[in-house]
Design a protein around this ligand. Structure first.
Ligand SMILES: Nc1ncnc2c1ncn2[C@@H]1O[C@H](COP(=O)(O)OP(=O)(O)OP(=O)(O)O)[C@@H](O)[C@H]1O
Ligand SMILES: [Mg+2]
Length: 101
């Protein structure tokens, strides 16, 4: 249970509604260390999954990371949801990234 995040969750629910009816969305969640960004994303993700959405995460780290690492994580997680990236023409080459090739 998140305290004091009803407005943000409500806004995200509306964006998810749009995503489920095929319009893309972007929501930026910004804040100080330990303010609750990950917890909020987790709550939004759970609610979206309950409505039938797939959720996958691609993280970046301030300390630096290998090129495409966040895409590799994102696509790998999408594959774990059962999505066959091979069936999406635009993702043909990214399937290789997801497999770490
Ligand atoms: N709205 C909230 N209500 C109750 N607990 C919360 C809330 N937001 C965050 N917390 C708790 O506070 C702690 C820090 O939250 P969280 O890890 O989400 O912060 P963060 O902003 O992602 O941190 P970082 O900058 O280190 O990534 C966690 O234990 C989380 O469960
Ligand atoms: Mg975090």
């Amino acid at each position: 249970m998140l305290v004091g995040r009803d407005a943000e969750v409500e806004r995200a629910d509306l964006l998810v509604e749009g995503i489920l009816s095929s319009s893309g969305s972007l929501m930026m969640i910004d804040g100080e260390a330990a303010i609750g960004k990950s917890a909020l994303v987790g709550a939004i993700a759970r609610r979206a999954q309950q409505r039938g959405a797939r959720f996958a995460l691609g993280c970046c780290y301030e300390t630096g990371m290998p090129a495409f690492a966040s895409w590799q994580q994102l696509l790998g997680e999408l594959r774990l949801t059962g999505l066959n990236l091979d069936q999406l023409p635009a993702f043909e080459s990214l399937e290789e990234v997801a497999l770490g090739r």
